[in-house]
Design a protein around this ligand. Sequence first.
Ligand SMILES: [Mg+2]
Ligand SMILES: [Zn+2]
Length: 197
Amino acid sequence: MTVEKKDPRPAIFLDRDGTIIEEIGYIDDPEKVQLLPGAVEALRIFRQLRFWILVLSNQSGVARGFFPESRVGAVNQRLQEQLRAQGVEVDAFYYCPHHPQAAVPAYRVECDCRKPRPGMIQQAMREFPVVLDRSVIIGDRYSDVEAGKRLNLTAILVLTGYGANEYSLYGQDASRTQPDFVARDLLEAAHWVENRL
Ligand SMILES: [Mg+2]
Ligand SMILES: [Zn+2]
């Protein structure tokens, strides 16, 4: 499906690792891309609902010197190929390669894009006409929830990836920004979004 980029729409801002694909630590090898169960169906639902599908990923493995930035693109490309083979695709991938204590000096920066900061959302909004007040962020970490909430987005925590652990640590913590919904996985999140419209 070709997407017309000038059409204002709400967006689904999606974390990648632990949300769409298996969380296996710092993923540097396209061969290791493994879609989570229900992820493709979830993306189909978001597409049917005419959301932008925008992926935002912290990739501090670059800053830590674990792998070059080109590997992030290779992994994203493999993910996109796997999705396209099943008739769905992501509209754009964004990532943050930085870390404030990076081993690699070029990436040692207090950037605005590392979640929980909302810089990647803001960057996406410069490139896509996003209707923000109907947009949703979905991820497996409280840093995803926080990034979205800084821009008043609806936020969903999924229990895949680090999600179950994060929820057990912070789910009752009043000092943490809490999600609007906690979903078993991306598909349950998609159904929640679908029913809420
Ligand atoms: Mg994640
Ligand atoms: Zn960054």
